[in-house]
Design a protein around this ligand. Structure first.
Ligand SMILES: Cc1cc2nc3c(=O)[nH]c(=O)nc-3n(C[C@H](O)[C@H](O)[C@H](O)COP(=O)(O)OP(=O)(O)OC[C@H]3O[C@@H](n4cnc5c(N)ncnc54)[C@H](O)[C@@H]3O)c2cc1C
Length: 421
């Protein structure tokens, strides 16, 4: 049976009461050796494996995931996708990712429910307005879509927003990126997994990497130790988000990454009243409404390091206090679920995508608050770098070396404070 999803496949499977659909991906046993291994079965790892096989012809590829695919931050995030960046390294990289998002459902033959409903960032002080105007101009100069919105525009686009000058965070104006929006997180992991599997990639779940083997003479990687045995490979990519520093340490590499929790929560489903994705730096929260009608909210990372993946009530109070000020009507909603993910926070707020100082070892990590939107671009660049043993111009700046050379990619100009990014 064809693995392609289509109207024809739907009709044919209806004849057998939809009981004979083939599994979306296999569950193979790990082989003793591969050409390339990816550690981490989140969106980034699965995307890297897919592009390695699809675009670079690397056939013997495995993704090693210690739990289930998409069970990490990919399945825990608030799914905001945008490319409204200022800096020379960030803007082209995230715009490349956004262009990949725009064709992703077709490319993967899987509906990732990419919804370009616009992402709006509100400004609350004259200083913020100046900085936002600069970003707006930079985006326009680069050919990236951007709109500068006044309060009348906001009243028309988001009627539920509190635009009163007497509110706690009076809104002056906003930056909108109409091509931004959100996507369905699970579908991104499942779509990449299915497409990678179709290219022959082995996706091995319940397989934790516990060590990275190196050649004593050259220092190059030779394979990994896992809870399911040793596996040999001369190219290993790390895409484990909040566990980046732990896994890189297995090869003796120390990363400037701290792991913090980022929490999110959803309300009961209600009729649509939010038309876009809204975020604010002043009160630091972001809000959108899911396709099911739930109101989805997130805020700042927790100020302490943790790997617990648990939500806390003080965080709900902090975020909801600010969000109800801007959207008073959500005060009557009941919240249903809360969770956390382990964030890989770098010291300048930008990622590390490329070669590590161990031959054959590569990584994509340090995503801070915003790696979901990068998923296709991160996988694409990691695959390129692993296949050619050199970075693509799009990720050439995102080196580990930059921290030693003090060439920070500090989008917010916030300095070496992970929480501020
Ligand atoms: C609450 C929250 C809200 C967020 N909101 C947004 C947002 O709106 N927009 C945005 O762009 N980004 C957002 N992010 C960030 C985004 O979710 C992440 O940057 C992105 O999903 C990371 O994807 P990944 O594939 O690198 O990591 P993950 O999806 O975490 O995948 C890494 C995988 O590695 C596995 N792993 C770890 N250690 C090992 C090991 N030793 N061996 C084998 N496997 C291992 C883990 O089990 C995990 O499945 C948010 C994150 C959170 C938590």
């Amino acid at each position: 049976m064809s693995r392609r999803y289509s109207l024809w496949a739907l009709a044919r499977n209806a004849l057998s009461h939809h009981e004979n659909w083939p599994k979306a991906w296999r569950s193979p046993q790990p082989k003793p050796a591969y050409d390339a291994l990816i550690i981490g079965g989140g969106g980034h790892g699965l995307a890297a494996a897919y592009y390695l096989a699809r675009l670079h012809g690397v056939r013997r590829v495995a993704v090693l995931e210690r739990g289930w695919i998409g069970g990490g931050n990919t399945g825990r995030n608030t799914t905001i996708v945008r490319s409204n960046y200022l800096m020379d390294e960030n803007a082209p990289f995230y715009e490349h990712a956004l262009k990949l998002w725009e064709g992703l459902s077709q490319d993967l033959n899987y509906n990732v429910m990419f919804s370009q409903r616009s992402v709006i960032n509100t400004c609350h002080t004259p200083g913020e307005r100046e900085a936002t105007m600069r970003r707006y101009n930079a985006m326009r100069l680069r050919g990236i879509d951007a709109e500068f919105l006044g309060r009348e525009d906001l009243a028309r686009i988001e009627p539920a927003m509190n635009l009163s000058p007497d509110s706690r965070f009076p809104i002056l104006c906003a930056l909108a990126q109409p091509r931004g929006g959100s996507a369905r997180h699970d579908a991104v992991a499942w779509g990449y997994a299915r497409a990678a599997d179709a290219q022959g990639v082995d996706i091995i779940q319940n397989c934790e990497v516990t060590g990275i083997d190196r050649d004593p003479a050259t220092g190059a990687v030779t394979g990994v130790q896992t809870t399911r045995g040793a596996i040999r490979a001369h190219k290993i990519g790390i895409a484990v988000a909040g566990h980046s520093s732990q896994v890189a340490a297995m090869a003796g590499v120390r990363l400037p990454i701290e792991s913090h929790l980022l929490q999110a929560f959803v309300s009961e489903p209600v009729k649509p009243f939010l038309n876009t994705v809204v975020s604010t730096g002043a009160a630091h929260f972001y809000i959108s409404q899911t396709d099911k009608g739930e109101v989805l909210l997130g805020g700042e990372i927790d100020g302490y390091n943790s790997y617990s993946q648990r939500g806390t009530l003080p965080k709900v109070e902090e975020v909801v206090r600010n969000a109800t000020e801007m959207f008073p009507r959500i005060g009557r909603l009941r919240f249903m679920r809360q969770w956390a993910g382990v964030m890989d926070m770098t010291m300048d707020g930008s990622p590390i995508i490329g070669k590590l100082p161990v031959p054959g070892l590569y990584m994509s990590g340090g995503w801070c608050y915003g790696g979901f939107k990068a998923t296709p671009g991160s996988g694409w660049c990691l695959a390129w770098t692993m296949a050619r043993d050199e970075p693509h111009p799009l990720n050439a700046g995102f080196t580990l070396e930059r921290f030693r050379a003090s060439h920070m990619i500090d989008e917010k100009g916030a300095g070496p404070f992970p929480k501020a990014h």
